[in-house]
Design a protein around this ligand. Structure first.
Ligand SMILES: N#Cc1c(-c2ccc3cc[nH]c3c2)n[nH]c1N
Length: 242
């Protein structure tokens, strides 16, 4: 997969080259290119924004600059791309979104700032490629860069070879519709608190049942909406007894 990010703050995306994702890039498991939007300005001030039609606070990012930037970035690789535009007004970005995007050959992220990007950039792009306007949560950030860091990590970790143990991705929170339960490691007792006995029993069936019960308990407590959204056949008799 190739990932391109267009932003006026390229430095914000530096964390993509750290740790697990950085090693995946070095190993060639994923390609990441970050582009400075201002490279496609032609005025001395390198203007990327202008006042909003209709009035109102703040500034809107200019369509001309974005159009030239996306044309150039898209032309740099022949692989078909999905354009992703982070916005607080977007559809929710979920684990299922990350799983769907992990199958893409190429993702191009457009990081807005100010009051966002002129809508015509999205509309024009949607005539020639898949476009998703997505939000990472119901709170307001100052720009799209942090959202891109979140989404790129969520997608990249699902790519073959990126996670050391692929089972981890299969046992993620949300992968089975439930939140993951509590985890424990050594020491056996820490500040007077001990690891649940069942986890030391060696009884794999009992351990699996205990973990499922803790996931159901946590999901019911913290995200009852996820429980309500589960398909009818997702819970077995033992689950229902819980
Ligand atoms: N995704 C997402 C966002 C944003 C966001 C995204 C882009 C821009 C451009 C200017 N301000 C922005 C906020 N805020 N909250 C979210 N969940």
């Amino acid at each position: 997969m190739r990932i391109d990010v267009v932003t006026i703050f390229p430095g914000y995306l530096a964390p993509l080259r750290e740790a697990l994702l950085g090693r995946a890039i070095e190993a060639g498991l994923v390609e990441v290119a970050v582009h400075d939007l201002r490279d496609w300005t032609h005025d001395v001030h390198q203007a990327v924004d202008d006042a909003p039609y209709g009035g109102g606070p703040g500034m809107v990012m200019k369509p001309q600059v974005w159009g030239e930037a996306l044309d150039a970035v898209l032309a740099a690789d022949e692989r078909p791309a999905r354009l992703v535009v982070p916005t607080p007004a977007g559809r929710p970005f979920r684990q299922s979104t990350a799983q769907a995007w992990a199958g893409e050959q190429r993702l191009v992220f457009a990081c807005g700032r100010y009051e966002g990007i002129d809508q015509r950039v999205v509309d024009e792009a949607a005539a020639r490629m898949p476009v998703d306007e997505v939000s990472i949560g119901d709170y307001v950030l100052v720009g799209g860069e942090v959202a891109v860091l979140v989404m790129v990590e969520a997608v990249a970790r699902l790519l073959p070879g990126v996670l050391g143990n692929p089972v981890s991705a299969e046992q993620d929170s949300f992968s089975d519709g439930l939140l993951e339960g509590p985890a424990y490691t050594r020491p056996l007792t820490w500040r007077g608190l001990s690891v649940p006995e069942v986890l030391r029993s060696g009884h794999h069936g009992a351990i699996a049942r205990w973990r499922r019960d803790r996931a159901l308990e946590r999901t019911a407590d913290r995200r009852p909406d996820l429980l309500a959204a589960l398909p009818a056949d997702a819970l077995d008799a033992a689950d229902r007894a819980f």
